[in-house]
Design a protein around this ligand. Structure first.
Ligand code: NAP
Ligand code: ZN
Length: 352
């Protein structure tokens, strides 16, 4: 075991503050990574403030962060896929049983014995796993991704959650050229959803509560941007969407979007508000519409997504911050005041 620098929160009302955490020495199949960048996902904020207490209660202290990019510093004797000096990445998962039907299907995110990057029981050290707001992490090589060369590293970190969480359902539900696709919420997930849906050739419509994001949405690749409070504009699109990706992090009216789906259209929730959403049965019944959910993506698909980004030069629009600004960034995230993902430059942790 060794000690790493980190930022952690001691309770649901505490700010994130400097801390020292234990990390295991790399075992046979482990990869040790010096973390260079870590994105800030809204899930970090939900977890730090224990907003998901009903579903996945937070164990304190918590070190969040699951959008990790860094440099390999050491590997175990049995590691074949990574070597010291490589750029490598880690997303929301660090282990799974590898034997269940979900793992065998490449869908580790649904494994009953999944270990998340933070706030999951730590099989090696006891306690819970600590995430990427840290200078170093040790992860089983099966959960370490390769980063295509040439991609900007700060813009790559958010691909590890915001990227795969939007790529996976768009692929699963067959978003291609000729499809009309909506993206609700233009935040970290939403802006990646727009980039991928556009790259897949779809006609992309953004729904936002922030009128000032209109121009920027078009620049990201949207064909249309609609301010969702404008009911007349919404009404013009009734019954016309093949697929809608809902990335909203707070309570909102999803019936307004269900009504925009065509017959057999699908709305998939990736946003995870703590509160239940009210669904009007008639909205679904009226046109055999589908309501679904999606959870990140498997490891093979995450690598596929990264390779796709390498081929198409896709990265997240990241606002890079020093870790000392993380609490301020959380407040700005709550006000939808970020274009479109905060990413922590972990070099800033050296001065702590
Ligand atoms: P984010 O950057 O804060 O983006 C959320 C966006 O939702 C905001 O930018 C805003 O967009 C919109 N929004 C916020 N509050 C709203 C409200 N009260 N009513 C309507 N719209 C509102 O967050 P994120 O990191 O993209 O994460 C979004 C959600 O996905 C979070 O709940 C997160 O936990 C969840 N998540 C799920 C998965 C998964 O695997 N399913 C993975 C990662 C994250 P506009 O300003 O454009 O309106
Ligand atoms: Zn996330």
């Amino acid at each position: 075991m060794y000690h790493a620098k980190a930022y952690s929160a001691a309770s649901e009302t505490s700010p994130l503050a400097p801390a020292t955490i234990p990390r295991r020495d790399p075992k046979e199949y482990d990869v040790q990574i010096e973390i260079l960048f870590c994105g800030i996902c809204h899930s970090d904020l939900h977890s730090v403030r224990n907003e998901w207490s009903q579903f996945m209660p937070t164990v304190y202290p918590i070190v969040p962060g699951h959008e990790i990019v860094g440099r390999v510093t050491k590997v175990g004797s049995a590691v074949t896929k990574h070597k010291p000096g490589d750029v490598a990445a880690v997303g929301c998962m660090v282990d799974s049983d590898g034997t269940c039907i979900q793992c065998k299907s490449g869908l580790e995110q649904f494994c009953p014995n999944l270990t998340l990057t933070f706030n999951s029981p730590d099989k090696h050290l006891g306690g819970v796993t600590y995430g990427g707001y840290s200078d170093s992490v040790v992860v089983d090589e099966r959960f370490v991704l390769r980063v295509p060369s040439k991609l900007d590293l700060a813009g790559t970190a958010p691909l590890l959650c915001a990227g795969i969480t939007t790529y996976s359902p768009l692929r699963h539900w067959g978003v291609t050229k000729g499809k009309k696709v909506g993206v609700v919420g233009l935040g970290g997930l939403g802006h990646m959803g727009v980039k991928f849906a556009h790259a897949f050739g779809a006609h992309v419509v953004v729904f936002t509560t922030s009128p000032e994001k209109k121009e920027a949405g078009l620049l990201l690749g949207a064909d249309e941007v609609i301010v969702s409070r404008n009911t007349d504009e919404m009404q013009k699109h009734a019954g016309s969407f093949d697929f809608i990706l809902d990335t909203v992090s707070a309570a909102h009216d999803i019936n307004a979007y269900i009504n925009l789906l065509s017959r057999d259209g699908n709305i998939t929730l990736v946003g995870a508000p703590p509160q239940p959403l009210a669904v009007l049965a008639f909205s679904l019944i009226a046109a055999r519409r589908n309501l679904s959910g999606s959870n990140i993506g498997g490891i093979a698909e995450t690598q596929e997504m990264l390779n796709f980004c390498g081929e198409h030069n896709i990265t997240s629009d990241a606002e890079v911050i020093p870790i000392q600004k993380v609490n301020e960034a959380y407040e700005r995230l709550l006000k939808s005041d970020v274009k479109y993902r905060f990413c922590i430059d972990m070099a800033s942790l050296k001065s702590e």
